[in-house]
Design a binder for this molecule. Structure first.
Ligand code: ZN
Ligand code: ZN
Length: 353
């Protein structure tokens, strides 16, 4: 692969598209595995028969199952800080600061967010079926899926004087304000849980994160919607993986095309040199010993305009200029006459008789 090289920018494009494609493919595979497991998971009703099903199962445990029921706190529920009538079992309070930061590269103000304070509270809760059978939900904070709803949201805007505004333009940072949010999993909400369902020795039913590392879900949407959301996420990871792999292939094709062009130019130059040498030998044979090599004394006055050392030994066609030696002609960056800039279609040796 003599002369074959990859430019830095091509290398960076190729490398980053392959890495990004691998990253997307990894996420696509992960989502697809979760989807396959969800499709295989049995849907269990929360009623009196659930205990019987688990008793008949090895280890009184189902590795991955789907249950749906209403949220009910075991003891005292949590109360919203902002709406006293709202009770729940999970509560997340967040205070985020929003700033505008001047980006000198894009020459725009960019929004930046920083969490100032976060507090998560939880109380034990169960999922209750229509006949009051309940399944205790363990480790709810480890679960994926949207299972909290916003119960309070307020933006505290900062009011500035003229002096502050000038200061902000000088420092390149503007404080917009603080966003205060509270999210809760409300008591009574219908919840879909996907995880390990186990019957404890004390006869209680539990839902917990799967011990084989499968994804644990708690979601306010029903199973089909949850599956649909995962399916569309997997689809977009796949699209991104294919698109970036195609981008990588395009870069490879581009490099290959350039290499092929280099090879062709080199082959053409080689062929031309052989033709030139053949013509030169023929000329020497016809012209005798005087032509065309034995012209040392002519060299100075008839020197090549480029190297100023070799004799001018070729004629450029179609313009007909005799201005350079064959070596300099081959080294020209473009096949254009150095005197008149006309395209060179052919080159022939010259000799004196
Ligand atoms: Zn020359
Ligand atoms: Zn010319």
């Amino acid at each position: 692969m003599d002369g074959f090289y990859v430019k830095l920018v091509e290398g960076v494009c190729l490398g980053s598209s392959l890495v990004f494609s691998g990253f997307c493919y990894y996420h696509y595979k992960k989502n697809q595995t979760t989807l396959d497991k969800l499709d295989d998971a049995p849907h269990l009703p929360i009623n009196g028969s659930l205990k019987d099903i688990l008793k008949a199962t090895a280890g009184a445990c189902l590795q991955y199952a789907v249950i749906e029921g209403a949220v009910q706190p075991v003891d005292e529920p949590l109360t919203s800080h902002f709406k006293k009538e709202t009770a729940g079992v999970l509560q997340k309070f967040m205070l985020r600061e929003h700033r505008l930061v001047w980006n000198s590269l894009t020459r725009t103000w960019m929004d930046s967010e920083r969490v100032l304070h976060q507090r998560v509270s939880a109380v034990p809760f169960v999922l209750v079926g229509p006949d009051e059978t309940s399944v205790r939900v363990l480790c709810p904070l480890q679960a994926s899926g949207v299972h909290m709803e916003v119960t309070h949201e307020k933006f505290h805007q900062v009011i500035y004087g003229l002096g502050d505004i000038v200061g902000q333009y000088l420092s390149g940072e503007k404080l917009k304000g603080q966003l205060e949010t509270e999210e809760m999993l409300k008591a009574g909400a219908a919840l879909t849980g996907v995880g390990e369902v186990v019957l404890d020795t004390d006869g209680s039913l539990n839902l917990r994160p799967p011990s084989d590392g499968s994804e644990y879900f708690l979601s306010l949407v029903d199973f089909d919607t949850l599956r649909g959301e995962l399916n569309s996420t997997a689809f977009w990871w796949k699209v991104l993986a294919i698109a970036s792999a195609l981008a990588g292939t395009a870069v490879l094709l581009w490099v290959g095309r350039r290499y092929h062009h280099q090879l062709r130019v080199r082959r053409e130059q080689e062929q031309e040199r052989r033709d030139f040498e053949r013509l030169l030998v023929e000329a020497q044979r016809i012209g005798g010993p005087d032509a065309p090599n034995d012209r040392d004394e002519e060299c100075v006055e008839n020197a090549c305009v480029i190297c100023l050392s070799q004799p001018r030994n070729c004629v450029l066609l179609n313009c007909g200029h005799v201005c350079c030696c064959y070596n300099c002609y081959q080294a020209l960056p473009q096949r254009q006459c150095p005197i008149c800039r006309q395209d060179i279609s052919r080159v022939l040796p010259i000799y004196n008789v």
